[in-house]
Design a protein around this ligand. Structure first.
Ligand code: ADP
Length: 422
């Protein structure tokens, strides 16, 4: 099928989150891990390329994104979406702004929008300020993120140092007036030379208004939720059609494993709840990994009973994370944890695991890469923004849930296993 929407995500769980929301439309969604080596073949109407460029040097992120854009254009894509985190994870250097500007240049478009709102997951934007639940972003647990601590809540202020062109706002009062008013505001901002427009959204209805106003823009940027209404709008316009021929998505019989490298507040609660439910757990300590490598964890995995669903986790409180980072450096601490969890994933597969639950964006990228996964077909949603995905690894059909840090509720791990069936 010719691709209509080509999306590029800055990390893997961001891509699966977007994939899950787009798949609600019933239109086939396929997700590629990195830019495919081969030219497009057997593409879906909605194609997503997951990069690992959220924390990469700016030049590298731009280069990777332009390579992804090239592949998506070859696949026939006519609309493009740049997906980043609903908490706008970035630093003063980028990479949200520089990548958006590079895409705009390549596509020859002079305006795009920024809308990381995700009301179902408690992310709202009001007067350009991002809220996590009822807290401003800078007061939420994101202020302590290991790689991209967010210490400002104002999206225009965060974006300005990242871009060369002017930044503006279409606020909630305009969105509340409907699609026509929003289109007028965008045109007015365009006439004023504003290329980067942050748009307020506090509820799903606002996202629908934004979709109706912006569906024909060549490039949109945002969290996953602002893309959610788009497939239906394009269906209604006859630009897309439903394809019932999608193959059955399945995983082989086998054991399951949970791997957690996220230190987000929600993942911390999920790991605690899971351990309290009586499942066996192994805690990875970056300092221990620096000394002895991951062998202890790998041995522990091989001793688990087949009916158990063990969890290996590095999830720790902000104080413990900082202490490890002070001794090892931020990058080395992260790398040690990611490599250990990736090694656990491969070991688990060799031991018969065919269902994986992985917590953490960077962590998911490392795990999927170690498993040699290149394509994920998107199945049922476990929680808003987290679908079960189906892939091949080492000659096996497996199911993988890749959860970005703050997503899901406390019982996410056991709930995910329940809905897949054991
Ligand atoms: P999230 O989706 O919550 O942002 P990520 O996996 O993207 O999760 O990022 C968490 C980062 O923190 C990863 O690079 C991980 O390796 C690192 N990390 C996890 N546990 C620890 C720890 N105990 N000490 C230091 N760094 C850690």
């Amino acid at each position: 099928m010719t691709t209509f929407l080509g999306a590029i995500a800055d990390d893997l769980t961001g891509a699966t989150d977007l994939a899950g929301l787009l798949a609600r439309s019933g239109i086939p969604v396929s997700l590629r891990m990195g830019v495919p080596e081969h030219p497009p073949a057997e593409t879906a109407a909605l194609e997503i390329i997951a990069l690992k460029c959220r924390n990469a040097p700016v030049d590298e992120a731009v280069e990777d994104t332009l390579a992804a854009l090239h592949w998506l254009r070859q696949a026939g894509a006519q609309r493009f979406f740049w997906k980043y985190c609903s908490t706008f994870d970035s630093t003063p250097r980028g990479n949200i702004g520089p990548v958006a500007e590079a895409l705009m240049r390549a596509l020859g478009t002079s305006q795009t929008i920024y809308c990381p709102a995700f009301p179902e997951n408690g992310r709202a934007i009001f007067m350009g300020n991002l809220f996590v639940g009822e807290q401003p972003l800078s007061e939420s647990s994101m202020k302590d993120h290991p790689l991209t601590p967010m210490r400002d809540s104002n999206l225009m202020r965060i974006l300005r140092p990242q871009v060369t062109l002017a930044v503006g706002l279409a606020n909630r009062l305009v969105v509340a007036e409907g699609p026509q008013a929003l289109r007028k505001r965008l045109a007015q901002l365009h006439a004023d030379g504003v290329s980067h427009v942050v748009i307020d959204a506090v509820a799903n209805n606002d996202l629908h208004t934004i979709g109706l106003a912006c569906h024909d823009m060549t490039l949109l940027t945002g969290g996953s939720a602002v893309a959610m209404p788009l497939p239906q709008i394009w269906l209604d316009q006859g630009l897309l059609s439903r394809d019932e021929s999608r193959g059955r998505l399945r995983a082989e019989e086998g054991t399951a494993v949970v791997l957690s490298g996220s230190c987000s507040a929600m993942t911390t609660r999920q790991v605690s709840a899971y351990l309290e439910s009586g499942q066996p757990g192994f805690r990875l300590d970056p300092l221990g990994l620096a000394q002895n490598g991951p062998n202890e964890a790998l041995d522990w995995l091989s001793k688990q009973a087949p009916e158990a669903v063990p969890i290996v986790y590095a999830t720790a409180a902000p104080g413990a994370v900082r202490a490890a980072q002070e001794i090892l450096g931020v990058e080395r601490a992260s790398m040690l944890v990611e490599q250990a969890l990736a090694a656990c994933a491969v070991k688990a597969r060799d031991l018969g695991a065919r269902r994986y639950i992985v917590a953490g964006g960077e962590t998911s990228g490392a795990v999927a890469q170690a498993l040699g996964v290149t394509k994920l077909d998107i199945g049922m949603e476990i929680a808003p923004g987290v679908p079960w995905c189906f892939a091949r690894t080492g000659g096996h059909d497996v199911a993988i849930a890749l959860k970005s840090g703050n997503f899901g509720n406390e019982t996410f791990f056991s709930h995910a296993l329940e809905i897949l069936g054991t």
